[in-house]
Write a protein that binds this ligand. Structure first.
Ligand code: FAD
Length: 388
């Protein structure tokens, strides 16, 4: 293999380049990214830039040391076998890593703000002035973090969510309902069960005909994989770039990592697309290993964290419908608690921890190993999770 191209210069793209060189790949290496920036990290966009703690979140990157031909502000536009088409001309490859990430799902209407890029974060921060009325559509991880930042800037905040609880895409109502009071405690209004029909620069139209006026409208209703440019390439694009647990896609020499990859998980017997930082961090080593002819597997328990309303929230695994939940602590009374979803044979399928990093680290390990635990010990907060 002599020519490798990495498409997408986010965390997954950068980690792939580093892994390839670490593994001894000595051929040509090109990384291109649509944004006019060197790789930067996205979690700090909402947790640091938006709140005013920093202006940037650059990732350490040494193109000369890595001997990578880095092309910023170059967009891939199409793929045919052995050739990547870009808006700056064609590039030949023998190995291709797709790391184009994800894009926000857009709602009907114009003028709302979305938060995905550094430019989005800086522009939104400038609009979050004291007493501005901010309507946020979506009470998922991003919506909660934007609400946290907006309250921190002294804005009047309303969050509109169509489900009956926050974070409904990841958590069942019996768990997620305990996150709802955090909004009011922080001085934000949370409107549940309200569907948004359209967004405007200065208002949100609800499906029942009401209109919420706002100085700032922000939408955080999820992301979809950035695969539009791959239509017609012959790649299987089911839910993202469909890859096996080896991260190989359906065309020879093509692999995918990070938010764009819909990976087959033997662990869950399902195709999953994480959309989380941890996948962009850890998947690339497997992709680089396999591009170099290896036989590595990537099949971790998915992990995400969120910093919202002064709390560290950590979630790992996939909870099944109707799962049994075991609580450590009382979420209605305690500031710190954790909860575990168990399979029928008492293995940890998923866990959520609120300001309980020790429970989380130990529980994640048990979830990863698939160990059988004792639910009675697990429910006892005086016994450490690892002893259950
Ligand atoms: P991306 O970071 O999206 O990078 C992909 C890059 O590819 C982009 O720069 C894009 O411009 C470029 N690109 C796209 N299409 C093309 C093309 N055709 N040609 C060339 N380049 C292209 N995850 C967590 O687990 N915890 C968190 O707390 C957390 N907080 C977040 C906060 C915010 C505000 C956001 C936006 C995300 C957050 N995430 C969090 C998610 C996490 O950042 C992503 O999972 C991670 O960035 C994925 O990395 P990636 O490299 O796969 O994709």
């Amino acid at each position: 293999m002599e020519r490798v191209v990495v498409v997408g210069a986010g965390l997954a793209g950068l980690r792939t380049v580093i892994a390839l060189r670490d593994l001894g790949y000595a051929g040509e290496l090109t990384m291109l990214g649509a944004e006019p920036y060197a790789p930067y990290d996205r979690p700090p966009l909402s947790k640091a830039i938006l709140v005013g703690k920093s202006d940037g979140s650059s990732l350490p990157f040494d193109p000369a040391g890595l001997k990578v031909d880095f092309r910023a502000a170059v967009r891939a536009t199409g793929l045919r076998e052995g050739t990547l088409e870009t808006d700056a001309g064609d590039l030949g490859y023998d190995g291709l890593i797709l790391a184009t990430g994800a894009e926000p799902v857009r709602l009907p209407g114009e003028g709302a703000r979305y938060l995905r890029t550094r430019d989005d974060a800086l522009a939104l921060r400038a609009a979050l002035v004291p007493d501005a009325s901010v309507v946020i559509v979506g009470a998922g991880w991003i919506g909660a973090e934007v609400a946290t930042a907006a309250r921190g800037h002294g804005c009047r905040v309303t969050v509109v969510e169509q489900a009956s609880t926050p974070v409904s895409h990841a958590l069942p109502p019996e768990v997620a309902r305990h996150l709802a009071p955090w909004y009011a405690e922080a001085g934000a209004e949370l409107l549940l069960g309200e569907r948004v029909a359209a967004v405007h620069p200065d208002a949100v139209d609800l499906a029942d005909g009401r209109r919420l006026a706002a100085d700032v409208v922000v939408v955080g209703v999820g992301v979809r994989p950035a695969t539009g440019w791959l239509t017609g390439s012959g790649l299987d694009l089911a839910g993202g770039v469909a890859v096996g647990a080896d991260l190989r896609a359906s065309l020879p020499g093509v692999l995918a990592v990070g938010d764009v990859a819909a990976r087959w998980s033997p662990r869950y017997d399902a195709r999953i697309r994480g959309e989380h930082w941890d996948d962009a961090l850890r998947g690339p080593l497997v992709a680089a290993t396999n591009l170099a002819g290896g036989d590595a597997t990537y099949d971790p328990v998915p992990y995400v964290w969120s910093e919202q309303f002064g709390r560290m929230v950590q979630y790992a695994g996939l909870s099944a419908a109707g799962a049994r939940w075991v609580w450590r602590g009382d979420p209605s009374a305690d500031a710190r608690w954790s909860v575990f979803s168990l399979t029928l044979d008492n293995r940890i399928a998923a866990l959520l921890a609120v300001d309980q990093p020790r429970d989380f680290v130990q529980g994640r390990r048990l979830a990863d190993s698939g160990a059988v635990i004792d639910p009675v010990l697990l429910a006892n907060p005086t016994v450490s999770v690892k002893m259950s």
